[in-house]
Design a protein around this ligand. Structure first.
Ligand code: LLP
Length: 408
């Protein structure tokens, strides 16, 4: 079973809930730093570059923490690029991996000096016409691998909108030759929640094969997708095993290729998921003939993963850590069936108790919305044994701010 902490770095989570109010996202800086270190150590045999997937959690203080821990960043929108620059990442440490954006956005990214990762042929052609050999570029390949926790987060298969098919490598090299493009990187990302070293090795083999057609490479980017344990009994990525196997294959390839390349990864979940806790308060405990519901002061507006991916998030009662237990279904306050967790055994919950939703660091706040005209929560970072507010709770004024009210 996952640990159910009442304190992080000696800071009481109940005190955090009382001080900053609920709902509140709380992040453990030490855990994030430890995950970076674990990945670095697993790949210490190769020149590894970590490009943190900003989309998982894009708070500026988190980005700064990751930069301080030695990572670069992967951004998927120009706004994420700007956030990464704001957090102090040098442009050359930022990889921009857009999908279906306008060429104007590509040009903006080039002007900002970040590395471009192009994922379709018409865009590569336009890139060539505009920049020729003057701006190095990375190409995102679609390896046709079906991998990932579920269909919505599997992106490397043949029907996916992402990447340029490996069956189109010849078309890529024609464009490269026509414009003397300098392809310095090749990229694949197959999906999220990938457990198996075999999937990364398969991705690697495909990159190695394609690499033969690109003589100017400096790096190969294997994407993100390492699985973390969400459920009791879930197996998490064996990072040390992946590190050993992928590094060995990579070094053998570099030998054949005749050049020392860098190996890039873009993890999101692996670095921040387990470091995040969403603290919510029980508004209502309601028994029906079928179930006992706990209705909390949050919902799909703050954590959409259970509804969007049927994702499992562990929940525990922070206010009562011993005594009697009962089975509950934990739901949100949104006018939808926003079940956060079905049929879970918790220490008996009363109105006002604080519950903890685990694994809330990745794709929690970053996918939050104002649905039902609710405000988004505050965010708190526990850093060096102290709780720091890193984003204020939204206020009603924030909901009004961009609205233009007609004077009928
Ligand atoms: N690189 C690329 C190009 C990606 O598209 C993604 C995630 C990542 C890296 C990071 O993947 P990670 O290591 O976090 O699995 N919202 C979903 C996950 C969608 C991920 C989209 N792309 C979820 O909550 O499960």
């Amino acid at each position: 079973m996952q640990a159910q902490p009442t304190h992080i770095q000696g800071v009481s989570l109940l005190t955090v809930a009382d001080t900053f109010g609920t709902p509140v996202y709380v992040y453990d800086a030490e855990k994030i730093q430890a995950q970076v270190k674990r990945l670095q150590e697993a790949f210490n045999a190769v020149p590894l570059r970590i490009k943190y997937a900003t989309k998982a959690l894009s708070n500026l203080s988190i980005l700064k923490l990751l930069r301080k821990s030695g990572t670069g960043a992967d951004a998927v929108s120009i706004e994420e690029v700007l956030l990464c620059l704001e957090a102090g990442f040098p442009p050359e440490d930022i990889m921009y991996t857009p999908n279906m954006v306008s060429f104007a956005e590509i040009q903006q990214a080039v002007e900002l000096g970040v590395m471009l990762n192009i994922d379709n042929l018409p865009m590569l052609e336009k890139f060539g016409q505009t920049y020729g050999a003057s701006v190095p570029v990375c190409v995102r390949l679609n390896p046709h691998i079906l991998a990932g926790g579920n269909a919505k987060i599997s992106v490397g298969h043949i029907d996916s909108k992402f990447g340029i098919s490996i069956l189109q490598v010849k078309a890529i090299t024609e464009i490269v030759e026509r414009y003397q493009l300098q392809v310095t990187g090749l990229h694949v990302h197959t999906g999220s929640d990938i457990l198996d070293a075999a999937v990364f090795l398969k991705g690697a083999e495909i990159l190695f094969e394609a690499a033969a057609s690109f003589p100017d490479l400096r790096f190969l980017d294997f994407g993100g997708g390492f699985k973390v344990a969400y459920k009791p009994g879930d197996i998490a990525t064996d990072m040390e095993d992946i590190g050993e196997k992928v590094s060995a294959a990579f070094l053998a390839f570099c030998e054949r290729y005749g050049r020392k390349l860098e190996l890039w990864f873009e993890p999101g979940k692996f670095l921040v998921s387990e470091a995040g806790f969403l603290l919510v308060r029980a508004n209502v405990v309601k028994s029906t003939p079928a179930s006992t519901f706990i209705g909390v002061d949050s919902g799909l507006n703050h954590l959409i993963r259970p509804m969007m991916y049927d994702a499992y998030h562990s929940v525990y009662n922070l206010t009562k850590t011993s005594g009697s237990e009962q089975v509950y279904t934990i739901v949100g306050y949104i006018c939808e069936t926003d079940t956060i967790a079905a049929e879970r055994r918790l220490h008996t919950v009363d109105t006002g108790d604080v519950l903890v939703i685990q694994n809330a660091g990745a794709y929690g706040f970053s996918m939050a919305s104002n649905y039902n005209s609710r405000m988004r929560p505050a965010e708190v970072l526990i850093y060096e044994g102290e709780a720091h507010l890193i984003r204020k709770r939204e206020t009603f004024d924030d909901l009004l701010r961009q609205q233009v009210v007609l004077s009928f």
